[in-house]
Design a protein around this ligand. Structure first.
Ligand SMILES: Nc1ncnc2c1ncn2[C@@H]1O[C@H](COP(=O)(O)OP(=O)(O)O)[C@@H](O)[C@H]1O
Ligand SMILES: [Mg+2]
Length: 389
């Protein structure tokens, strides 16, 4: 072989070798870069999942805290930041100690107990934080091979208040039912034992039974109205309606009861005055107001239903010559179950005005109490929108 050929061959072999090495290197680089793109993709996927979880946790109303074995808060959601007025940190981060953030040793004890307990079962506790009651669920979780505690705090104050109101209501109703039922029982016993044939006592006792039954009817109606309102089944259908007709009907409904107590009811409304209202519901408001007025007005008294036009609104007022409502009670009487000190002796559930307020506000109107005249008496006023024809 000629030296030139050898040289050429050597050169060729050299070039080939260089190409081969470069080719292998390129292959490895390509593999590395493919691996890198895969890792970048995975990272993006993880980032997306973190963002999704973070936005979900932001809208959760419960307070969420993740605490490590040194009692440091490593994750907290927006509800936790609001409750403990925390600085917002990104996750993952090693935060301050649970005690520094919450200043609540019971929570710290819960974390300690959960860490000591080997079981992964969640345990429920109840604590009071800033005057509100929270149900705490604590569960031991393992993250990165290390034990942590996940805490979920739910504000149950409102639930507790509702439960209490319901219990009060049952106690209240049972008590209120017992009084008229006992007197009806006594009255019927007396009638059966001979008073029925007594021309003087017979009708009197019967009348007393009628009064007790009327009270039971009013109470049943108020309870039914309240349960309808609370379950959202009361629909207020506004139609143009003549106010005088509604007032006439309500006054007519109570004329007998009032006469029996020697109380006069005067109800005047300008004819053709139209309001935008639900006639049945407004009738209910007037019923509750007139029922109270009769109850609180002593014999010989006067109840007056009056109407005044104030721009786009009609103001309806029921005034009486009873003892009136003390100024400090005038707002509270519209609360459910609220009964004035003086009223506690007599019958009632404390629901009538709460129902009236609900209905009036459903019409967009307002309801309030004032003194009827300088000499006293109560006046309850409410507004309704006029119907422009
Ligand atoms: N016309 C009135 N005169 C005096 N007090 C009244 C009158 N109307 C309402 N009140 C006071 O408002 C309270 C709440 O009224 P209401 O909700 O109808 O409950 P109830 O009649 O069952 O006691 C009454 O207990 C009473 O103290
Ligand atoms: Mg009442």
């Amino acid at each position: 072989m000629q030296p030139l050929t050898v040289l050429l061959l050597l050169a060729l072999a050299g070039v080939f070798l260089a190409w081969y090495v470069t080719y292998r290197r390129l292959g490895a680089t390509r593999q590395q870069s493919a691996g890198l793109s895969r890792q970048i993709e995975e990272c993006r996927g993880l980032q997306k999942r973190i963002e999704t979880l973070q936005s979900l946790l932001k809208v959760v109303h419960s307070v969420l805290l993740l605490v490590d074995e040194d009692h440091h808060v490593v994750y907290s959601n927006a509800a936790a930041h609001r409750l403990f007025e925390m600085e917002v940190r990104d996750i993952p981060s090693t935060g301050d100690s649970l005690m520094a953030i919450t200043r609540h040793h019971e929570l710290d004890d819960i974390v300690r107990l959960t860490l000591e307990n080997e079981s992964d079962e969640g345990v429920g506790y109840q604590i009071v934080l800033q005057g509100r009651t929270y149900r705490v669920q604590a569960r031991r979780v393992t993250i990165g091979g290390k034990p942590h505690v996940a805490l979920v705090l739910e504000d149950i104050s409102e639930l507790q208040r509702l439960g209490r109101a319901r219990r009060d209501m049952v106690a209240n109703i049972s008590h209120e039912l017992r009084t008229p039922i006992t007197s009806i029982r006594l009255l019927t016993d007396t009638l059966q034992r001979g008073a029925l044939s007594d021309p003087r006592r017979g009708p009197k006792l019967l009348q007393k039974i009628v009064t007790e039954v009327e009270f039971l009817e009013q109470m049943a109606q108020e309870l039914l109205d309240l349960s309808m309102i609370e379950s959202g089944r009361v629909e207020i259908r506004l139609v143009p309606v003549e106010l005088a007709g509604i007032i006439r009907e309500a006054v007519g409904h109570f004329s007998e009861q009032a006469a029996r107590k020697d109380v006069t009811i005067e109800g005047l409304a300008p004819p053709h005055l139209m309001v935008l209202a639900d006639p049945d519901q407004v009738g209910r408001v007037l019923n509750n107001l007139l029922h109270n007025a009769i109850k609180f007005t002593p014999p010989g008294g006067i109840i007056e239903v009056s109407v005044a036009l104030e721009g786009e609104w009609v103001c309806v007022a029921v005034s009486d010559t009873g003892p009136g409502i003390p100024e400090e009670e005038r707002e509270r009487i519209f609360e459910r179950f609220y009964r004035g000190d003086r009223a506690r002796q007599g019958s009632g559930t404390g629901l009538g005005l709460a129902i009236a307020k609900h209905i009036v506000e459903g019409h967009g109107g307002k309801i309030w109490a004032e003194q009827a005249s300088p000499s006293g008496g109560a006046r309850i006023c409410f507004t309704l929108p006029t119907a422009s024809l």
